[in-house]
Design a protein around this ligand. Structure first.
Ligand code: B16
Ligand code: MG
Length: 245
């Protein structure tokens, strides 16, 4: 193995939909309902294109799939209707919808005093977090109401690291969407893909999910895949004497 690049990680940033909770199915059901109302045939495969993408961009993609054009006002109305249906579905979510292993992993980080953030394109992120009982679990929450530029723009991750007061290169991002991996890289962060390795080739490493994951396992995966030696920052560490756990 060649020389390892060393980083003492001080924060982990989590995408929400598809990483902490599987809301993709609910987004799909709401988009599908809208699509059939306006006469568009919309499949699960089409839905893949909407993952990690903002609501209005998703609307554009849906209309492109159906080859349809509407006035701006109608497009906004349709997006609002989809959102109402989505929110009705979110209202039925609970703690049982948190993806396996996520809570254990966040608890490990908290016990190590490593900072955490949610960085989600969703304007409903706070509502989803409240429903699943994780509203207070993260140090910082940045959502689609706080940003102007959608992923793959790095804005959401840079805003998160700013609020966490941790330099971007000392943050690790978990993302399920290619646009999110690109955004994390543009922000100068390590990006771990959550999902199929084949779908997320640009990620620094990929995990199927959080079940059985801990910081030690993650550090081994990153060292093997991208030659990044990830240690965790401990209170009392300084520039001269960097301590690894
Ligand atoms: P909303 P993430 C994204 O959340 C979803 O992946 C994407 O499918 C959705 O269109 C987007 O949020 C906007 O959501 O309509 O609720 O504002 O993956 O960045 O957590
Ligand atoms: Mg996502």
């Amino acid at each position: 193995m060649g020389k390892l690049e060393r980083r003492l990680i001080r924060a982990f940033i989590f995408d929400l939909d598809g990483v902490v909770v599987d809301t993709a199915k609910l987004h799909f059901d709401a988009w599908k309902r809208l699509a059939s109302e306006i006469g568009i045939d919309f499949s699960e495969k089409d839905n893949e294109r909407l993952k990690g993408v903002s609501r209005m961009k998703s609307m554009e993609i849906l209309l492109e799939i159906g080859g349809m054009n509407f006035s701006r006002a109608t497009v906004a109305q349709l997006a609002e209707q989809k959102n109402q249906w989505y929110v009705e579905l979110v209202d039925n979510m609970n703690e049982g919808d948190i993806l396996p292993g996520v809570v254990d992993f966040i608890e490990e980080l908290s016990s190590l005093r490593i900072k955490t953030a949610i960085a989600s394109a969703s304007k409903n992120a706070c509502l989803v977090l409240k429903q699943i009982g994780l509203k207070e679990a993260f140090d910082v929450v940045v959502d689609g109401t706080m940003t102007r530029h959608a992923k793959p723009d790095p804005e959401i991750f840079l805003l998160s690291s700013g609020k966490l007061q941790v330099p971007p290169e000392l943050c690790i991002v978990f993302e399920d969407a290619i646009a999110g991996i690109e955004a994390a890289h543009q922000a100068g962060m390590i990006a771990v893909g959550v999902g199929n390795e084949g779908d997320l080739e640009s990620a620094d490493a990929t995990i199927n999910g959080f079940e059985g994951l801990n910081t030690r396992v993650l550090s081994l995966i990153l060292a093997e895949k991208r030659h990044i030696d990830v240690g965790l920052w401990k209170e009392g560490d300084d520039a001269q004497k960097k301590t690894y756990r």
